[in-house]
Design a protein around this ligand. Structure first.
Ligand code: MTE
Ligand code: MO
Length: 437
């Protein structure tokens, strides 16, 4: 390392150091008693041996998905990624949220087949090996259930809400697969084809309608997640990844794609995943997920002390990259720009941060994201003005957290304009996609 670089690094380090000191960070003076007696044990005995497949630390076992105790069945329901217990942007595969309509099927990869048929020149059948021979793409994308944020429809807001229960039906992974466009080219799409009808190999025979245009743009037939085979819960051995669109269209355990001239209007896109508007009319096919953000630290049910805290959170949008995240530390009176941790990939979650010194006075903190298409997260008032209150999907309004004088963090949504308007969903919620009640 040359001298100039060393000096630059040192001055950056010193700047950080003096900053931490000013803001009363957490280190203490060391003493001979700093290490406990027990802490020497691991240096006196041999450690654990090699093992073929890794497990997390035995001390991290409480970091789990949230399964609502009110679920009527664990086979058709959802559980939530514990957002506030995770760092960075990649969701560990074992903690990716789950949403199934008929449980998780066991699909033997040796017997796996994908058939493409309908309005094509050459109907084709692929084995898993066949799919892996095609040129592959690896990209990071979020997947978010349309029911994410459903708690926002509740009135009054649930004070015990956590970040997990607020927005944990969103996970972010690195996906590897073959572009669907390549497979469609092999099959030769006929004139007049406008739609794809992908079907899953689960007990729900889960089926949706996907516009051909999107499929040709960026849809992946994915067989890997975060560097290894998909988890069974995520669709092993093969699922669709439809970047930026609602999770419900990203068919898992994919066995068949029919190329068609019209949508199929399956039970999975009529009885669910349609939006009930204010006047009672039904809006179908709301695919693109609007921008969202949530502060994960400090967030609901956590407690903080007076002094320095790095506010951390996640932001994502189905319209492209996140351009800006602002935070308010005074209940929405003023907004400050948070820093975004790159690389800023389109249609992927990003981590935002803001250095905050809490003076110990009760306050409400919140974040709002703006994407590169210029969409900004609404207040509940703005959201309900557009969507009404009959719906239970696509809630993307600002989430607020109230920090009490004792440092305890509670859902602060009642401080937001419009949060207390009458709601058909009531205080208890009505279950549904999120399985939350
Ligand atoms: N075959 C099949 N695909 C499916 C579903 C399903 O029940 N069966 N659920 C959908 C819904 S509603 C969502 S939100 C996503 C959830 O994906 P995940 O379980 O990997 O998080 O899968 C979608 N694909
Ligand atoms: Mo979903």
């Amino acid at each position: 390392m040359n001298r100039r670089k060393l000096l630059r690094l040192l001055s950056q380090g010193l700047a950080l150091g003096s900053f931490a000191k000013l803001s009363s960070a957490t280190g203490q003076a060391p003493s001979p008693r700093s290490f406990s007696e027990k802490s020497f044990e691991s240096m006196k005995t041999l450690g654990a041996p090699l093992r073929e497949y890794g497990e997390r630390s035995e001390f991290e076992k409480e970091v789990v998905r949230y399964i609502s105790p009110n679920l009527r069945t664990r086979h058709s329901g959802a559980d939530f990624t514990p957002l506030e217990k995770l760092e960075g942007v990649i969701t560990p595969s074992s903690l990716h949220f789950e949403r199934h309509h008929g449980g998780v099927p066991s699909v033997d990869p040796a017997e796996y087949r994908l058939v493409i048929h309908g309005l094509v020149e050459r109907p084709l059948m692929f084995t898993l090996q066949d799919l892996k021979r095609f040129p592959s793409v690896t990209r990071t994308y979020f997947i978010e259930c349309a029911g994410n944020g459903q708690n926002g429809y509740r009135n009054p807001p649930d004070p015990t809400l956590t970040a997990t229960r607020s927005r944990g039906l969103m996970s972010n992974s690195s996906w590897t697969g073959v572009p669907l466009a390549i497979l469609l080219k092999e099959a030769g799409v006929k004139a007049g084809a406008r739609w794809l009808i992908p079907e899953g190999q689960d007990a729900a025979a889960y089926t949706r309608s996907l516009p051909l245009e999107k499929a040709l743009e960026d849809v992946l037939v994915a067989y890997a997640q975060n560097g290894e085979a998909l988890r069974p819960e995520q669709g092993y051995p093969v699922r669709l990844v439809v970047p930026g669109w609602e999770g419900s269209i990203q068919v898992k355990w994919l066995r068949r794609i029919e190329v068609a001239d019209a949508p199929v209007m399956s039970k999975d896109e009529t009885s669910e995943y349609t939006d009930v508007m204010a006047d009672g009319t039904i809006r179908a096919f709301t695919w693109v997920m609007d921008p969202e953000s949530i502060i994960t630290y400090p967030s609901g049910q956590q407690a903080i002390s007076r002094g320095f805290h790095e506010i951390r959170g996640l932001a994502w949008s189905g319209h492209g990259r996140i351009r800006r995240v602002e935070v308010s530390l005074d209940g929405g009176n003023s907004w400050k720009q948070a820093s975004l941790e790159g690389p800023l990939e389109p249609l992927a979650a990003v981590r935002f941060k803001y250095n905050w010194v809490w003076d110990g006075k009760p306050t409400t903190i919140m974040s709002r994201a703006t994407d590169e298409a210029g969409n900004t997260q609404p207040t509940p008032e703005e959201f309900f003005a557009r969507w009404g209150r009959n719906n239970r999907y696509h809630y993307n309004a600002i989430q607020a957290w109230h920090v009490g004088a004792d440092g305890k963090v509670l859902n602060g949504d009642k401080a937001l304009p419009g949060a207390l308007a009458p709601s058909r969903l009531g205080a208890a919620g009505r279950g549904g996609c999120g399985g939350e009640a």
